[in-house]
Design a protein around this ligand. Structure first.
Ligand SMILES: *Cc1c(COP(=O)(O)O)cnc(C)c1O
Length: 348
């Protein structure tokens, strides 16, 4: 994202355009990448039902210093990308389609990650496919693509030893993905799972050869992996549809999601911690997602040119969201077990 923003900055060639409009609820790496690129975030509220930028809120934003808009497509749920792309085009700013968690998702038949001027897929832990670090940048047929070629040529490849160490970690991660072991891996500190940190001092280099090999092997299985996730998500949706005290996500029209995880909202935030603890005891790897709306992350607030507006959608989502696993190691009765635990913790 940092490198893509560098390329966009070069093409715009306007020092006044130093802001990047991002959803007020997304991965903390997004504002950290923006700071690393020497730019400032500007926040746009989200719709807690779709987890994505609310197009109406986007249209009300101040674009006077905006270089680019960034989407989120959290947990593989496509944002309202057609509307967002329209607004970006109308306002004369770039669109970076952040599909970090959405490799394989589509909107109206078009791959998520291919909207706007550039997109990206992440291969970090917990994404659709993982090589522990790295990812892919997409851009085609625009000035941004040409600028990206030059930016990427200036970046060194990663060292072989870092690459092999990542693959060793990946093996530990894959072995432990089974839900019953998830509690145990969350305690393996070198994996850093379940932590949300704002870090701007990350290494910037090209994906190493060994990791590219792993990515290529996993990419060949992408349809099979995503079909499993979709099946598991459909079972969870069916089982939880009418459960009291929770809300299921709403898909944008024309969306084919991939469900990196299955996000739900616990209507009463005070019941969420209790529910997470109960699911953990039942050996189900639920987690609470990013803990705060970006307006409430001090490192992000410090970067804003003017204080953020109220951001009710992002704050509500941060207080309610919980995510359930969808990966291929999920047992067949996962949905029924989740339903049983939720009925106990959410009753009354
Ligand atoms: C994980 C993630 C990123 C960052 O990707 P890394 O490869 O971990 O740097 C960016 N955006 C979103 C929405 C993410 O989920």
């Amino acid at each position: 994202m940092t490198l893509t923003l560098h390329a966009m900055r070069q093409v715009a060639n306007d020092p006044q355009r130093d802001e990047v409009l991002i959803p007020a609820y997304t991965c903390y790496s997004v504002p950290a990448s923006i700071e690393r690129a020497g730019l400032r975030p500007r926040l746009c509220d989200i719709d807690p039902e779709t987890l994505g930028i609310d197009p109406q809120a986007l249209d009300r934003c101040d674009f006077s210093r905006v270089l680019a808009v960034v989407t989120a497509n959290l947990y593989g749920l496509p944002n309202e990308l057609t509307a967002i792309e329209d607004i970006a085009r109308r306002r004369g700013v770039f669109l970076l389609d952040d599909a970090a968690q959405a490799l394989g998702a589509r909107l109206s038949g078009r791959a998520v990650g291919t909207f706007g001027d550039a997109g990206l897929y992440s291969f970090d832990k917990g994404k659709i496919i993982s090589t522990m670090q790295g990812g892919v940048i997409l851009s085609r047929g625009s000035a941004v693509e040409t600028a990206l070629d030059a930016v990427l040529r200036s970046v060194e490849p990663g060292s072989r030893s870092t690459s092999f160490l990542d693959i060793a970690k990946l093996a530990a991660y894959a072995l432990c993905l089974r839900p019953t072991l998830y509690g145990r891996i969350r305690r393996l500190p070198f994996l850093g799972l379940g932590q949300t940190v704002y870090e701007t001092r990350f290494p910037l280099h090209r994906l190493g050869g060994p990791q590219m090999g792993v990515a290529a092997v996993l990419a060949r299985r992408i349809d099979e992996l995503n079909d499993q996730r979709r099946r598991n998500a459909a079972r969870l949706a069916e089982s939880l549809e009418d459960a009291p005290g929770l809300k299921l996500p709403r898909l944008a029209s024309g969306a084919e999601a991939v469900y990196a995880r299955f996000p739900i909202r616990i209507t009463h935030p005070e019941q969420r911690e209790r529910t997470l603890a109960a699911l953990d005891r039942a050996g189900i790897g639920a987690s609470a997602s990013y803990p705060r709306a970006l307006a409430d992350v001090p490192e992000v607030a410090a970067q804003l040119r003017s204080p953020a507006d109220h951001m009710p959608g992002a704050r509500l989502l941060a207080s309610q969201i919980m995510t359930l696993p969808t990966h291929g190691y999920c047992p067949d009765d996962l949905a029924a077990r989740v339903r049983k635990v939720l009925e106990q913790t959410l009753s009354g």
